[in-house]
Write a protein that binds this ligand. Structure first.
Ligand SMILES: C[S@@+](CC[C@H](N)C(=O)[O-])C[C@H]1O[C@@H](n2cnc3c(N)ncnc32)[C@H](O)[C@@H]1O
Length: 454
């Protein structure tokens, strides 16, 4: 029998209106019909619906009430430090989530317990096999960050594991004994990380870090989860500024890729080539979108995969961690099974050696970032109908050495308007080349695009 999966979350009445209803609606639309959602509610009851029920958090977790009664009178325990508010020390706020998990782990009849922050929105169908696959052989799956606490917007636990009960009891004890206040930070992430690390070190559990890029501050959108869900924590939900100037900029939350989907919608490609497949999430995103408008997509992806070395990472200004071909193959194969119109090929190695001359309906050049590599990759794909380049640098990069700026000086192109501007000063846009007719169509889609289009 398939293992039972239950997702849980918590929010208060304000959260329900701000993001909760959207999150619940998206859950109902995209999670498998066998997966239920339990909302640990603060101050409201949900109208009854199949697969979603609310349970009063205070009723389910009386020890949370004791904890809050005691500590909410102490400003320090609510993050009010001598130098102002610091979420790292807001023990009270982040306790809700933990006590909801303790209550769920102790009472729900389920095999896998999935935690979703209240502002996680599911935007694509989650395959039934997804949770069992990421949980294969482990007690917990989570999103790690290097040199920083984990991102706990998503967590998954196997409640059948013999250490499940001791694990949750240990975390609860950290709160109830006040040991929490000896930790480096007083939020749920720290409690989870400390408990996980100790249980792992004692050989009691194995866990899976779903982050594909440990350097990022936003591991959610750099993980396999991003194919199905987005976590809006601390991220701007809407863009407004600079619209009058035709250029929308974001900080540390890349948005330029959404424009690729608009191009896919406009040109409905049947063949897609991506140089720089990385973890396969863009392949899936492009294919999923394309299949809404056409019946078939053949995708070919090129990447170094295991052939990546520290040397070629630095030559190509590659900031992503390397992924194995087998891992990406597994993800694309699951997508192919669920979407019969999709087929794919993955080619491992340096594109300077592996990229075949071909003409595709749509190409995304996002492999090596050295000017020579981009020029080479384009030379093999130049007869394609639409070629999109990541890495058109507007700021913060040496464009004589990296990016597509130099190559495009002599080629009609458009630079798309959404720019990602990062805290290290880097500002990146997408650029596109195509026939004059297609460039005219792209300009009508993006009236604020700039660049040399003839
Ligand atoms: C920025 S990531 C690609 C991200 C992906 N296109 C996306 O949108 O999520 C760049 C990828 O290019 C690969 N890469 C870098 N240099 C390469 C080369 N010379 N040949 C093939 N792949 C390369 C890296 O291994 C890395 O996975």
């Amino acid at each position: 029998m398939a293992p039972k999966v239950t997702a849980i979350t918590t929010f208060n009445r304000k959260g329900l209106e701000q993001y909760g209803r959207t999150a619940i609606g998206s859950f109902l639309q995209h999670w498998p019909s066998a997966v239920d959602l339990v909302v640990y509610s603060e101050g409201f009851d949900l109208e009854p619906a199949a697969r979603v029920r609310s349970i009063s958090l205070n009723g389910a977790a009386p020890r949370l009430v004791t904890f809050k009664n005691h500590y909410s009178k102490q400003p320090m325990a609510a993050g009010h430090t001598k130098t102002g508010y610091d979420y790292n020390f807001d023990a009270v706020r982040f306790a809700h989530k933990m006590f909801a998990m303790f209550a769920a782990a102790a009472t729900l009849d389920t095999d896998y317990l999935v935690w979703l922050d209240g502002d996680v929105v599911t935007q694509a169908d989650v395959p039934e096999s997804f949770i069992p696959e990421i949980m294969e052989g482990v007690f917990a799956a989570y999103l790690g960050r290097k040199g920083m606490h984990s991102e706990t917007g998503f967590l998954c636990f196997d409640l059948r594991h013999p250490e499940a009960k001791p694990f949750f009891e240990t975390m609860e004890r950290i709160y109830l004994t006040g040991e929490l206040f000896k930790l480096n930070a007083w939020h749920d992430c720290e409690v989870f990380d400390v408990t996980r690390t100790v249980f792992e070190a004692q050989g009691k559990i194995r866990t899976r870090d779903l982050s594909a890029d440990l350097e990022t501050l936003d591991p959610f959108s750099e993980s396999c989860l991003s194919a199905y869900m987005s976590h809006f924590k601390g991220q701007p939900k809407t863009e407004d500024g600079a619209a009058g100037q035709g250029r929308i900029e974001t900080m540390n939350n890349p948005r330029r890729y959404e424009q690729i989907l608009r191009l896919i919608e406009a040109f409905k490609p049947e063949t897609i080539v991506e140089v720089g497949t990385w973890n396969g999430r863009r392949a899936i995103e492009m294919a999923r979108h394309g299949l809404r408008f056409g019946t078939s997509i053949r995708y070919t992806g090129y990447d170094l995969f295991e052939a990546a070395t520290p040397e070629n990472d630095s030559e190509e200004l590659n900031g992503k961690s390397s992924v194995t071909l087998a891992a990406v193959d597994a993800a694309l194969s699951a997508f192919e099974t669920a979407n019969p119109g999709f087929s794919y090929r993955l080619i491992r190695g340096n594109s300077l050696e592996t990229l075949e001359e071909q003409s595709a309906d749509f190409c995304f050049i996002d492999g090596g970032h050295a000017c020579e590599t981009i020029a080479h990759d384009f030379s093999k794909l130049r007869d394609s109908k639409v070629v999109v380049f990541d890495d058109y640098y507007l700021d913060g990069a040496d464009t004589d050495a990296f990016g597509c700026n130099k190559l495009l000086e002599a080629i009609p192109h458009l630079v798309l308007p959404v720019t990602d501007r990062f805290s290290n000063g880097l500002a990146i846009a997408l650029a596109v080349t195509a026939s004059p007719e297609k460039l005219a169509k792209i300009r009508s889609l993006f009236p604020h695009a700039t660049g040399k289009s003839l």
